[in-house]
Design a protein around this ligand. Sequence first.
Ligand code: FE2
Length: 366
Amino acid sequence: MGAYLEESKDFVKNMQALTTRSFETFDVRAPKNLKEQRELGERIVAALQRDSLIQIQKNYQEDLLTAQALLQNRKFNQLPFDGKIKFVSDTTYTGYVFSGEEKKGGQYDQVEVYTVFPHFDKDDELVKTLRLPCHGEAVYPSVEYKNAIEAYMKATGNMCDQLIEIIGLGLGLEPNHYLSKMVRDGFHHARVLRFKSQKEAGGSSNGISAHSDYGFLIAASQDDVGGLWVRPITNGEKRGRNYLEEETTIGAYNDQPGWAFVTPTASVWTVFVGDMMELATDRKLKANLHKVILNEEKERFAIAYFHEPKFNQTFLSVNSKGQKKEIVYGKHLTNMYTKAYPNRSTTKRIESEELIKNIDRLPKIS
Ligand SMILES: [Fe+2]
């Protein structure tokens, strides 16, 4: 068994060396006019199609906000288990996820998460009358945590707004296009992450198994430990459309070669595309497939921010039988969360009270 463990560690190391590739870094503040914005957009679109991940340059202020948010992440995770597990709500997924709670593709992920969904007062119409899933009061472990995470999310969201506008221009759209409109008042959220070392996880290396994310853009910040792997599309490799019931990205190619290690780089966000962006761009941009492998020795901290469409944003797709299918972002998100957290009180309530149906009571936005 020991020899097997050593062998698998060597395998991971070799794979890392073989598949390390550099990703292009872009500055969304650089363009001086529409023409330069369009040119930058075209380069970004090409890089996303080729590498499936880009890096966006941060300024000093954004670096500072990242450091403060990561510090609060560390501090929170130093609390004993009992001090963390109490942050759970049955109306929203905002709160703590313990290591081993999250499930993707039949595997339990070795990750601790503090999820931050948008806050809605308990008297808000959406909570009280419409009883929407994923809508409730956001609880935070402390005021310092709330301030640091929210400030980081705001700065990241501002960058994503600029980036989406630039990507649309790169795709040939006119300024203030539909992609930018779809994320206005979107269901933006974050996952504040702590990964165990393989040692702490008893030799297991699975941080998060292969999957795509659900919305438009994902912008992540990580410390210097590293563990994120992405899978650029090569040789026309088939990708499931994660928003269709009969197709999925969860667990796809998890144990097969072809993954690229994302070497931690200072002062950048790593950015990639999610399911709804794939749908909204008619698959010109495809949702990035990624996974996390635990470092052998070190714990790892990261924050993933999700820039999303409106909860009731509706898209049209055609399924494998050629039938038209309406995809509502809020339903896709809720489905993915209930699958990932089958035993959480939030999920049990959504299922027993059939809350997902309530999304149909919202006006359709297409
Ligand atoms: Fe992800």
